[in-house]
Design a protein around this ligand. Structure first.
Ligand code: SF4
Length: 230
């Protein structure tokens, strides 16, 4: 595993659970609003974090933490992600996986083998605006659709979430996303916030009122839609 960041305690990354968070290096997308630019570009002032360090930490946290959130970057790009999660699960921790949904077969395999307890999948934008939003022109959405369908089948507890950026998302996009995800049990809108480690400059979020307007727009189609971090 190529691990670029490790947060020893998070009360936010795993719904209703305490967890630590592991940030894997590298991503196959280039979302201009990416808030972990150094992680996806593998730029660190120091060496990464060893898998053994994480496992040793977890051995000392048995019974004190509920779970582990594996995020990125895109964790499913890591070849050994399955065996790494097996090791974590053998210590008794729940595992939440954050993914951009571009590797549905690997996602399905991890779910079907009981290695993942919760999945958070990013929905970057409406189908028409997807390529622009992930920084890849003419992106073929088939793999994303496969992941969406997999999660909509309720094979595992999950959520969809969209980071909303003023320069990338319109009301029309938000409505199209809602139609696409119709039937989703959990959908979160997250306002863009500049983390200071953004891939591109000049982006901004929306006001609280504008975010609430998006929520009201979506609610008739996805009643459970919620704002996060507002
Ligand atoms: S926001 Fe997520 S999917 Fe997009 S480039 Fe960053 S890590 Fe990859």
């Amino acid at each position: 595993m190529n691990i670029g960041g490790f947060q020893r305690l998070s009360l936010l990354d795993y719904p209703d659970k305490t967890c630590c968070t592991i940030f894997t290096v590298g991503c196959n997308y280039r979302c201009p609003f990416c808030h972990n630019a150094s992680i996806i570009q593998n730029q660190f002032p120091e060496k990464g974090i060893l898998q053994e360090e994480v496992i040793d930490f977890l051995k000392r946290r048995k019974g004190l933490l509920d779970g582990v959130c594996i995020t990125g970057g895109e964790p499913l790009l890591q070849e050994s992600v399955g065996s790494f999660i097996e090791e974590i699960k053998s210590l008794g921790f729940l595992v939440k996986l954050d993914t951009n949904g571009s590797l549905p077969k690997k996602l399905k395999q991890l779910i079907e083998t009981g290695l993942v307890d919760y999945v958070a999948m990013d929905i970057k934008n409406s189908p028409d605006s997807y390529g622009q939003t992930i920084g890849i022109n003419n992106y073929n959405l088939d793999l994303i659709k496969e992941s969406v369908d997999l999660l909509l089948s309720n094979i595992v507890p999950y959520e969809f979430r969209t980071t909303v950026v003023r320069q990338l998302h319109t009301s029309k996009d938000m409505l199209a996303i809602a139609q696409w995800l119709k039937g989703a049990e959990h959908y979160y809108l997250q306002n863009f916030v500049d983390s200071g480690d953004i891939l591109e400059s000049g982006l901004s979020g929306f006001s609280r009122e504008e975010m609430q307007d998006f929520q009201e727009l979506i609610r008739p189609i996805i009643p459970s839609v919620e704002l996060r971090g507002i």
